[in-house]
Write a protein that binds this ligand. Structure first.
Ligand code: HEM
Length: 464
């Protein structure tokens, strides 16, 4: 009898689940929507997406084509894996395809954050940002300090085992403090910033549940504390009347700077700068160290390029913009690393009105996941796509190929692209001219949803 009851129970549960799934499908069966499945009410297909990662996307593409509907990360979403369409979406923000990043990210990064603003406000904020990380700024202001910073950070690595994941994260964080507000790595302000900043980052990738103990709550609290530290800094700088040649100094400058920002805007710009360049640059640096370790020929070629630079210079002479220009293979290594590791899986957009896209009707407020990961492994663009082959980028025309969206495209093309490349190049310069390294076993790498080494990536360094 008990066995019979159990069977009936399982049967009823299965019926209930199947009815629930069916109801959810019917709910979203609006005329004109692309094919796809919506999963469970509220949760949608988030679990499958996070668990199966790229395979989930590839399976859905096999079933429904390169443009399908789903429900992931808390919202009905259209996934676009079509290279042509992806480009179109990124180039047409003005037609109502604005950034669609999660609410927790927008709340914590602030309402003047670049991803939260559109149209003329976005243009203005972006202009202000570009003015402080322009090629001239990189050449005259950023590079000399960057070289000094990397040189100091990479001293005393001889005969040490270093978790390169932790190290690159710490370095990028400290570098941003130095570039933004000339904050020294060893200062107390750097320490208090650090705890708050890591909480802020965690908060941006959490569910927006504002209850004590949640990552969102901690992230929001961290934002408040960071805003208060930065407000204090602005106050002190104004009171002192001193001029500061750092990013904050330029943003505060009211006479010569054509972009006049309020304090709130300045603070959100600073948070944007720290946030956007943090994981992208640190993860690319970490993966470059790993790929170069695994590919001695590429490392040899890279070292040759950097030793040639050193030969032209006095010992300890900093690198300059001409040296940077000559780092052709270094640039190729950076592009190949971002491609093969897929540092950014895609970007999110949201429709501001009902619109037609690819012959389908997309309702207002739906997310569009411009999923660019698969294009990184397209054998037509990249023969033998799973091989680390920086030489493929030595043909400069590949970088400007239309479907390559490693740094985005259109009005939201990454404004920090050249800054990021300069930072990683300077890091690699000091690394390969001073050290060789061996991986210490037991490291594990995860590629999705973020590239990370859950237990760290340990390398033993010795002087070169
Ligand atoms: C390897 C390094 C980097 C990669 C792969 C990368 C990638 C990207 C991508 C794909 C986008 C487009 C986002 C979208 O369309 O929604 C983007 C935007 C952006 N990136 Fe980067 N990025 C890198 C480094 C940096 C750095 C160093 C900074 C600044 C310090 C930066 C600041 C930004 C900002 C502010 C945006 C938003 C632009 C806008 O909305 O107008 N990035 N980045």
């Amino acid at each position: 009898m008990a066995f019979f009851m159990a069977i009936v129970g399982v049967f009823l549960i299965l019926c209930f689940c199947s009815a629930l799934l069916r109801w959810n499908e019917v709910r979203y069966r609006k005329k004109g929507l692309p094919p796809g499945t919506m999963g469970w009410p509220v949760f949608g297909e988030t679990t499958e997406f996070l668990k199966q990662g790229p395979s989930f996307m590839k399976n859905q593409r096999l079933r429904f084509g390169s443009f399908f509907k789903s429900h992931i990360l808390g919202s009905p979403t259209i996934v676009s894996m079509d290279p042509e369409l992806n480009r179109y979406i990124l180039l047409n923000e003005s037609k109502g395809l604005v950034p669609g990043y999660p609410q927790s990210m927008l709340d914590i990064l602030g309402k003047c954050n670049i991803a939260a603003v559109h149209g003329s406000t976005h243009k203005y904020m972006r202009g202000a940002l570009l003015s402080i990380i322009s090629p001239t700024m990189i050449r005259d202001q950023i590079l000399p300090k960057l070289d000094e910073f990397m040189s100091a950070q990479l001293s005393n690595w001889d005969d040490k085992i270093i978790d390169i994941q932790e190290k690159t994260k710490e370095m990028v964080f400290l570098l941003s403090l130095k570039q933004i507000a000339s904050i020294k790595s060893s200062s107390t302000i750097a320490d208090s910033f650090k705890t708050e900043y890591f909480n802020l980052v965690l908060g941006t990738i959490s569910l927006p549940i504002n209850l004590p103990g949640t990552n969102y709550h901690r992230g929001f609290q961290a934002r408040k504390n960071i805003v208060s530290i930065l407000s204090q800094l602005l106050k002190e700088r104004r009171a002192s009347n001193e001029t500061h040649k750092d990013m904050l100094g330029y943003l505060m400058e009211r006479e010569e700077n054509k972009y006049k920002l309020s304090d709130e805007e300045i603070i959100d710009q600073v948070i944007t700068l720290m946030y956007s360049g943090y994981e992208t640059v640190s993860t690319t640096s970490m993966m470059a160290v790993k790929y170069l370790h695994d590919h001695p020929k590429a490392l040899e070629e890279l070292r040759k390029e950097h030793l040639a630079i050193r030969e032209r210079k006095k010992p300890n002479e900093p690198i300059d913009s001409n040296d940077l220009k000559s780092m052709k293979f270094t640039r190729a290594v950076i592009f190949e690393t971002t491609r093969l590791a897929t540092i950014v899986n895609g970007v999110l957009r949201k429709t501001t009105q009902d619109m037609e896209l690819n012959g389908y009707l997309i309702p207002k407020g739906w997310r569009i996941y411009v999923y660019t990961r698969e294009i990184n492994y397209d054998p037509f663009l990249y023969p033998d796509p799973l091989t680390f082959n920086p030489w493929r980028w030595m043909d400069k025309s590949l970088e400007s190929q239309n479907y390559i969206l490693i740094f985005g495209s259109g009005t939201r093309l990454c404004p920090g692209k050249e800054l990021g490349i300069t930072e990683i190049s300077t890091f690699l310069h000091h690394l390969v001219t001073r050290y060789r390294w061996e991986e210490v076993g037991g490291n594990k790498l995860m590629k999705f949803p973020r590239v990370q080494a859950p237990n760290g990536l340990h390398m033993r360094f010795s002087s070169f």
